[in-house]
Write a protein that binds this ligand. Structure first.
Ligand code: UDP
Length: 239
């Protein structure tokens, strides 16, 4: 029931890694289709969803920098990777009859519209799923920071971070099965404990704009809608 819904407008961050599925690289279309289905379920609950998509399944800037290359060029390559993923997700949403629009922070008008807050707001108000590509448009940032930024710009009530696991842990639970799992944390605690769920810039921006971060597993089919209904397992970061 609509009264049970925690948030009416959210920004979903999907990492590139999530789109990769079990493959070592690239896009698993079945996974993209499933994530599109999760977004469709959320919309059926009456929740406005916009999406920031990562690019780590295709390219990360540090890969160039770590081999002696130019970091800025590497980051440009990484931002282009996010555009490829955004087009894949738009395609998956279109298969479900959902009108979605890709807005890129780096202009490439033959491929998609350029980002501006006003244009994004207009598309969201028209009921479209806005997919933000190109990160922040600047090197040395991540798509997590882009997610916090777009969440603030869109007036999102929460930044929903879909991850590989069901919340925030003291350490990577895949490496240490005894890692502590948290149900609730403040933004300050995430920063002070150096918890590696999002980069510092992203958490600080969310804190400054009083945006809760909800960390949940993107691999749980139907999990996104469950969390929006206030069910399922997630870590909530709020003040
Ligand atoms: N990137 C960037 N500026 C941004 C966002 C992303 O330069 O504002 C580049 C950076 O090289 C990054 C890559 O794009 O490694 C892919 O983004 P990210 O690593 O955040 O993707 P994810 O881990 O979510 O798949």
């Amino acid at each position: 029931m609509a009264t049970d819904i925690r948030f009416k407008r959210v920004l979903l961050k999907v990492s590139g890694e999530a789109l990769m599925g079990r493959q070592g690289f690239g896009i698993d279309v079945a996974v993209a289709d499933r994530i599109a289905g999760d977004i469709a379920e959320a919309r059926e609950l009456g929740v406005d969803v916009s999406v920031v998509i990562g690019g780590g399944n295709i390219f990360r800037g540090v890969a160039v920098a770590s081999k002696g290359g130019d970091r800025v060029t590497g980051d440009h390559m990484g931002m282009l990777a996010t555009v490829i993923n955004a087009l894949a997700l738009r395609t998956s949403l279109a298969k479900l009859g959902i009108d979605a629009i890709v807005l890129s922070a780096i202009s490439m008008p033959e491929i998609c519209q350029s980002f501006s807050q006003r244009v994004a707001q207009e598309h969201a108000d028209a009921g479209r799923v806005v997919i933000f590509a190109g990160g922040t448009g600047n090197p040395f940032f991540t798509t997590d920071s882009a997610a916090a930024l777009r969440a603030a710009e869109m007036g999102a009530e929460a930044l929903m971070k879909g991850t590989q696991v069901d919340g925030i842990y003291s350490e990577d639970p895949k490496k240490n099965p005894n890692a502590e799992r948290f149900d609730r944390l403040s933004h300050d605690e995430v920063l002070q404990r150096g918890l590696a769920v999002m980069d510092v810039a992203a958490v600080a921006l969310a804190r400054e704009n009083r945006i809760p971060i909800v960390v949940f597993s993107i691999h749980e089919p139907g999990g996104f809608a469950q969390i929006l209904r206030g069910e399922g397992r997630a870590t909530i970061v709020s003040d």
